[in-house]
Design a protein around this ligand. Structure first.
Ligand SMILES: *Cc1c(COP(=O)(O)O)cnc(C)c1O
Length: 361
């Protein structure tokens, strides 16, 4: 059993994991308390009914906070669903793409590639651009989206390859984005999207739930019959309670959303995220032997990917990270090298500690 109090643990460990990933300290503390005694009921959050006023208030507040933090208009609904972002890869085309229609997809990373594969089960996929030619180390630009596309789908942040797209493309068709790894990390006009989805385990909470923001008017247009659990409209009608929702995971989202609001919301966290990424990239660029892999203009502020070609220096870096309790820096198995994730909850101090190490090694 872990004997350390969590407060002490955080002083020692710098957690750069890509997902599930670091969460705010107060979220750990409050979630732990809720498991033992939820809101002084004497009951654990793990044993209360989901159709109780107690849980309804959790869900309502979480939905309200998402609307507030994302500045959503009244046409957008917020859902908490199961199955991770990976389920959205097929739920999106199942709800929005007829068999005889085409949807436009941007192929700019591993997750987008998976989304494309799943969409092909339901209709035609028009891959309008791809950065596969350079191992997805840049974001394609200057592509055209057919005016009759059912929608345009892209991944805002490529968690594995370390690229990020900050500007929203002007397409003339409904916009759909997988924002799993950069949602609520910078200000953008979320209302421009017809549908946004995000697994919770990077910036919003614990694994086991994913968030979907959907504009109601795009629904109900496909010909195929949908199983209830796959139909966004059914989830909207049921207020995310078509069946037993992931109660604890949603509660952890609520705690994280409250924390974000208390930090000053997305505007405030964006400033910190920019400072963290700038410090790390500047340090890497200045340090011989460390090579960021991504084109400068497309560098992600959430996942920083780099190589250390010299095996001796690489080993030194790995050993130093171990010694200084820096975890989660190893790159994705498909890319190699290193990946340092700088999600909302990662404090600037952890980036300072890492950049000090990089400078000194
Ligand atoms: C992590 C991730 C996923 C996969 O999420 P699951 O919850 O494991 O299904 C999909 N897309 C992106 C961009 C991710 O970062």
């Amino acid at each position: 059993m872990r004997k350390l109090h969590l407060q002490d643990r955080k002083k020692m460990i710098h957690n750069f994991n890509a997902g599930p990933s670091i969460m705010p300290q107060e979220v750990f503390d409050k979630a732990a308390n809720a498991i033992l005694n939820f809101r002084d009921t004497g009951l654990s959050i793990l044993e209360i009914g989901h159709r109780t006023a107690l849980f309804q208030s959790v869900l309502d507040e979480a939905v309200q906070l998402v609307k507030e933090l994302m500045k959503l208009d009244a046409d957008h609904e917020v859902l908490f669903l199961h199955g991770g972002a990976t389920t959205q890869f097929f739920q999106v085309p199942m709800n929005l793409l007829n068999e005889n229609q085409s949807a436009a997809y941007l192929d700019c990373g591993t997750w987008g590639t998976k989304a494309i594969k799943e969409a092909r089960l339901f209709g035609n996929v028009d891959v309008v651009a791809s950065s596969k030619d350079k191992n997805y180390t840049y974001i394609p630009k200057g592509y055209k989206i057919p005016a009759d596309a059912a929608y345009f789908h892209y991944t805002t942040n490529n968690t594995i390859e370390g690229t990020e797209m900050f500007s929203i493309p002007d397409t003339g068709v409904p916009l759909i984005a997988d924002m799993s790894s950069d949602i609520l990390s910078y200000e953008t006009d979320f209302n421009r999207f017809a549908l946004i989805y995000a697994g919770a385990q990077k910036n919003i909470g614990a694994a086991g739930v994913n968030m979907v923001v959907v504009r109601k008017d795009i629904l109900g247009k496909v010909n195929r019959k949908l199983p209830g659990m796959m139909d966004y409209r059914k989830h909207i009608e049921a207020g995310s309670m078509l069946n037993t929702p992931p109660v604890f995971a949603i509660y952890v989202c609520l705690l994280t959303l409250r924390w974000l609001k208390n930090q000053g919301g997305v505007h405030a966290i964006e400033k910190i995220n920019k400072a963290k990424a700038a410090l790390l990239y500047e340090t890497l660029d200045a340090r011989q032997g460390f090579e960021p892999t991504v084109a400068k203009e497309d560098r992600s502020r959430m996942n920083v990917v780099f190589l250390i070609p010299d095996p001796l220096l690489e080993k030194k870096f790995i050993d130093a990270c171990k010694e200084q309790q820096m975890v989660g820096v190893k790159g994705h198995r498909s890319v190699g090298g290193f990946r340092v994730s700088l999600y909302n909850a990662l404090p600037l101090e952890s980036v300072k500690a890492l950049t000090d190490l990089i400078k000194q090694i």
